[in-house]
Design a protein around this ligand. Structure first.
Ligand SMILES: [Ca+2]
Length: 280
């Protein structure tokens, strides 16, 4: 007489982490995993390794959406009691200098241009090139990216001097226009959330920068200062709640002397999602 013993059913007791993105490794704990044939989040199967009967490790792929985690075995399917959450792409940090592109405008979340006044519409720069030497790349309204207004990146990794300017590698150079066109570096929020916006403006013309510097959120000023002198610095550290598509503008005007000569102004700006990135 043939005796028959039902295979034990699998069960998920916990998994961690509870959220992640592509390439996150998830450890699933439970029992009767040794014959597992498939691991899924919702309907999406993901690659996995059976470590032993009580532990499986699995890897999140780019097509996974937030959902219940399943372990399929010949004797049944185990479901998690909570969902695995796919983190929002807003976990990316943005850096105005490191992300700078001399070939695309806009470039990802960043764009480069000028405004007739602080809260005017943005006109994108159309000319780019190494106008001031090898590794010194710029955008302006002019062919080849020559001044002004303009924004310049020093890509060499070391401080560079050109004209009367001394530009560290960790600062963009925002130079206003002759008619006080505000040179603008714009960040467009790719996702809603709370973001920390930190960095500094700095005078980088050895002749003595004289500029007004501003940060605007959807054309409303949220921070302002003045740069007067070579080496003068104004640091900022703001936390702003934004909706997807909101714009943060970093702007430089020609300052209280009403002249744009020697007005090269450095900008470093890092934009990082806050730990609590929920916006209601
Ligand atoms: Ca000035």
């Amino acid at each position: 007489m043939l005796s028959y013993t039902a295979l034990p059913r699998p069960r998920i007791t916990s998994f961690s982490p509870a959220n992640g993105t592509e390439r996150t490794i998830v450890t699933i704990l439970g029992e009767n995993f040794d014959a597992a044939t498939d691991i899924r989040i919702g309907d999406v199967s993901i690659p996995f390794t059976i470590d032993n009967a009580t532990q499986i490790t699995a890897e999140i792929t780019d097509d996974v959406s937030t959902g219940i985690l399943y372990v399929d075995t010949p004797s049944g399917t185990a479901a998690s009691s909570t969902t695995f959450s796919v983190s929002s792409p807003s976990n990316t940090a943005y850096d105005a200098v490191a992300d700078f592109s001399s070939t695309n405008n806009p470039a990802g979340a960043w764009s480069y241009g000028y405004k007739a006044a602080l809260a005017s519409s943005l006109t994108l720069f159309t000319g780019s090139g190494p106008a001031y030497g090898s590794g010194i790349v710029s955008w302006s309204p002019n062919s080849g990216g020559a001044c002004c207004p303009m924004v310049v990146r020093n890509t060499t990794g070391a401080t560079q001097s050109y004209l009367s300017i001394t530009q560290p590698a960790d600062l963009l150079n925002l130079h206003p226009g002759a008619s006080d066109e505000k040179t603008t570096v714009r960040w467009t929020a790719p996702a809603a959330g709370s973001y920390r916006i930190a960095g500094r403006f700095q005078g980088i013309d050895t002749g003595g920068t004289t500029t007004d510097v501003h940060i605007l959120h959807n054309n409303a000023e949220v921070w302002a200062n003045n740069i007067n002198g070579y080496g003068a610095e104004a640091a900022f550290n703001l936390t702003l709640s934004v909706n997807a598509g909101d714009v943060i503008d970093f702007e430089v005007g020609f300052g209280s002397n009403n002249a744009y000569y020697n007005d090269s102004t450095g900008l470093a700006a890092a934009i990082t999602p806050s730990a609590n990135s929920e916006v209601n």
